[in-house]
Design a protein around this ligand. Structure first.
Ligand code: OAD
Length: 243
């Protein structure tokens, strides 16, 4: 019944914005950040996810990221990722705003993706700032650019500023959408966590899909409790019958 409410809102919507977080990739086997076995439970965020940590000990940061790259290469998109890709084919104007850096939305053939926190499979040079894609972990403890500068993961660390253009588009899409979906995010990290409020204040129908309540749950018109990899495929089946 609840899913039907969302289905009708999606059917009537002219544009939809979807914010995804680590929970969407959890069923692929990618660790989330918080909660039991979360990445930040087992690693010090200050050591491996801040510019100061990288300056202090780049080898440690690279050993952490090489491990994440290795793990990323061993997983595949799950039914939740595939359902989002189907949704983009079923209805027009679906923007996917993701905090995830794993590229699993792309692998599931999603389009219109705004990566707020960068991409694990891309590096940039701290000296010449050139960027390049990678397809395997680095063998050397400290990878270097052709110019000799140190390479770093092209991801946003704590204390760093997000790409201005991407962020602006995230704000615009959230402020102008008719339906805003918040899927698999703890809504604890700003500015991503502010997008739901922006959408709500501008009249969007808001829906959260998560295993548990979040600090943004009070902003939601609808809360769907459960795994995104199970709920999203059901939503697609429903939409196929509605559209
Ligand atoms: P979190 O680890 O903070 O939260 C994951 C959320 O997903 C939790 O609310 C879980 O309840 C939910 N969840 C887990 N499995 C799920 C499933 N199968 N279906 C639906 N929901 C599920 O991850 P994010 O909110 O993405 O930033 O974290 C935000 C940012 O904090 C990350 O992008 C990262 C991190 O520090 C940076 O590294 C800059």
């Amino acid at each position: 019944m609840d899913l039907k409410l969302l289905g009708h809102q999606i059917k009537a919507a002219k544009s939809i914005a979807i914010l995804t977080g680590a929970g969407v990739s959890a069923e692929s086997g990618v660790a989330t950040f918080r909660g039991q076995d979360g990445l930040w439970e087992n690693y010090s965020l200050e050591d491996v996810a801040t510019p100061e940590g990288f300056r202090r000990n780049p080898e440690l940061v690279w050993s952490f990221y090489n491990q994440r790259i290795r793990q990323r290469l061993s997983v595949k998109p799950n039914p939740g990722h595939h359902a989002l890709s189907q949704l983009q084919k079923l209805v027009p104007q679906v923007t996917l705003i993701t905090q995830n850096i794993d590229g699993l939305h792309q692998e599931a053939h999603c389009t219109d993706i705004l990566e707020m926190h960068g991409n694990l499979m891309r590096v940039r040079c701290v000296r010449c700032r050139s960027k390049s894609d990678i397809d395997e972990p680095f063998k050397e403890a400290l990878p270097r650019c052709d110019c000799g500068g140190l390479l770093r993961p092209d991801v946003v660390w704590f204390g760093e500023i997000l790409d201005e253009k991407i962020l602006q588009t995230c704000f615009e899409k959230s402020a102008t959408c008719d339906v805003f979906l918040c899927i698999g995010t703890s809504s604890l990290v700003s500015p991503a966590s502010t997008l739901a409020g922006l959408a709500k204040n501008n009249g969007a129908y808001t829906c959260e899909m998560n295993l548990e309540p979040t600090p943004n749950s009070h902003l939601m018109d609808l809360i769907l409790t459960g795994k995104s990899g199970e709920i999203l495929p059901k939503l697609i089946s429903l939409l196929e019958s509605l559209l």
